[in-house]
Design a protein around this ligand. Structure first.
Ligand SMILES: [Zn+2]
Length: 502
């Protein structure tokens, strides 16, 4: 059996965010991510089917004649760049474990692809550089989230990179299985040639879900290409736009048993991206119009209308504490509505001090964004929660979530889920844990961009993407990039980025 080192280091970095990324966020359980795991602790991922690449890799390792040597696995919610010290600390732990356990026959890295640390340095490229320096020429297979912003150097350093192919991401496990199969292929010494291309435009996040066009038919090209003779693996990255690096944006990478096939399959996928360019454009509705439309729509349906607060998405590095939509809902006397998840540890604390059934004055949310103000009012404390609970939807089934102190407070018809840790609203359990049944609401306001679709999509009667300000700008042509590569179009058929233009 071949011995495979396994490490994970996951962060999607929003270089425009002012939400810090302290070491504790990696060390402790927080929202979606388990606490940092050492050595054999990582093997728990293989005990059940989790939406994590390491889980799928562990599950299929024996089948592929691989034995896994677990090193370190850590990750945390998106936020601002990791400081150089924190990066070096965590990478140092991984390097130490590699030294202690080397030699391996191969290395599996469970990564994100859009990590930035220090002064705009690319995280994954550095992780691969330092790993290569230790392990030499053995196969390194990396799993990436499809929001990876992939540099050419990163592509060159990895033997094979494999990306998720669903957004909402529900194929983390399957991606790990793909990595195990490819690791076996490479270890068998079979021919391997690779090809990489970056797209000439950025894809706004709301155009990226693979559950609808244009991305649905785009990702349907992957199994077609992988059926070609000689193709071993093909991936499409949609990229993460809130990241000011030269290589931000979509890319494709393919692997085949000969160079011509690798190049042809990459060309084919890039053509599929370019054919759809026009559809990668932005369509957001201002808060007042969105609330007005939702109130009207819910009168003729029994399922909730979903207002998506796409730019205040913790899952993209935003604070998740803006209250633009809350204010608009109150002003318009909205019917039974639930809003979540609003990150405000102080408000959660006040609600816990007041206790269930009581009323408490809170200056709620609006703390993080310059110029924004809280929604100050007397809120009724409906239900409190603290500690672990289980996720249920397709993205987090079987995973323990913990958002610290949580509270369900009510202001008239508006029910608000407050948390002490940041997490995007991608699972109905985040509401149910504080006594809100999402299906029974007339309107749901979700702080998320697309991941909510996995669990809330089936109960929505309509979905409206809202243009409320936060640390993410959904329209990349409005983002103040300074380091992007010259000439890239800032959305489908959008304006061209130039460093000489302000
Ligand atoms: Zn992602």
């Amino acid at each position: 059996m071949a011995k495979i080192g396994l490490a994970g280091f996951i962060h999607e970095t929003n270089t425009f965010s002012n939400t810090p990324t302290p070491l504790e966020n990696f060390l402790n359980q927080s929202g979606f991510y388990p606490k940092l795991l050492h050595g054999d602790e990582i093997l728990q991922f293989g005990e059940k089917r989790l939406n994590i690449a390491a889980s799928g890799f562990l599950a299929d390792a024996a089948k592929c004649d691989l034995t896994v040597c677990p090193l370190i696995w850590c990750g945390t919610e998106p936020s601002q760049p990791i400081t150089e010290d924190v990066f070096n600390h965590l990478m140092g732990m991984i390097e130490k474990k590699m030294h202690e356990n080397f030699p391996f026959d191969g290395l599996l890295l469970d990564l994100h692809g859009a990590m930035v640390y220090g002064n705009l340095q690319d995280g994954e490229t550095e992780i691969l550089r330092r790993s290569r320096a230790i392990v030499g020429n053995i196969p390194i297979v990396t799993s990436f989230d499809l929001h990876g912003n992939i540099s050419k150097e990163c592509f060159e350093l990895a033997t094979v990179m494999i990306g998720y192919r669903t957004y909402p991401h529900i194929d983390g496990f399957e991606n790990g299985q793909r990595c195990a199969q490819v690791m076996r292929y490479v270890l068998d010494g079979k021919p391997l040639y690779k090809s990489f291309q970056m797209a000439p435009f950025l894809m706004p996040a709301t155009t990226q879900p693979t559950t609808k066009e244009p991305a649905q038919s785009l990702y349907a090209q992957l199994p077609i290409v992988e059926d070609w003779d000689g193709v071993i693996s093909a991936s499409i990255m949609e990229g993460f736009n809130a990241c000011d690096l030269p290589h931000t944006g979509p890319s494709v990478f393919t692997y085949a048993s000969d160079q011509l096939t690798a190049d042809k399959s990459a060309d084919f996928l890039m053509r599929a991206i370019l054919e759809r360019e026009e559809q990668f454009s932005v369509d957001l509705v201002p808060p007042f119009e969105a609330v007005r439309r939702a109130i009207k729509l819910q009168q003729s349906t029994t399922q909730p209308v979903i207002l998506v607060d796409v730019q205040d998405n913790a899952g993209g590095g935003s604070p998740s504490d803006t209250v633009w939509l809350l204010k608009e809902l109150v002003k318009n006397d909205a019917p039974e509505t639930a809003l979540g998840v609003l990150w405000d540890p102080h408000a959660a604390e006040l609600a816990h001090q007041a206790g269930e059934g009581n009323t408490v004055e809170i200056a709620l949310g609006g703390h993080s964004l310059p110029g924004h103000t809280p929604m100050t009012a007397s809120y009724h404390v409906e239900k409190l929660h603290e500690g672990d609970f289980m996720g249920n939807g397709p993205m987090v089934a079987g995973r323990v979530l913990n958002l610290g102190k949580m509270a369900h407070v009510r202001l008239g018809n508006i029910h608000i889920v407050i948390s002490s840790d940041r997490m995007q609203a991608l699972d109905q359990s985040l509401f149910r844990v504080v006594g809100i049944e999402p299906c029974e609401m007339k309107i749901l306001v979700l702080k998320s961009a697309n991941h909510y679709r996995a669990d809330f999509g089936p109960i929505a009667s309509a979905i409206i993407n809202v243009d409320a300000p936060s640390a993410i700008l959904e329209d990349p042509s409005k983002i103040a990039y300074t380091n992007l590569r010259e000439g890239v179009r800032l959305k489908g058929l959008g304006p061209v980025f130039s460093k000489s233009k302000p």
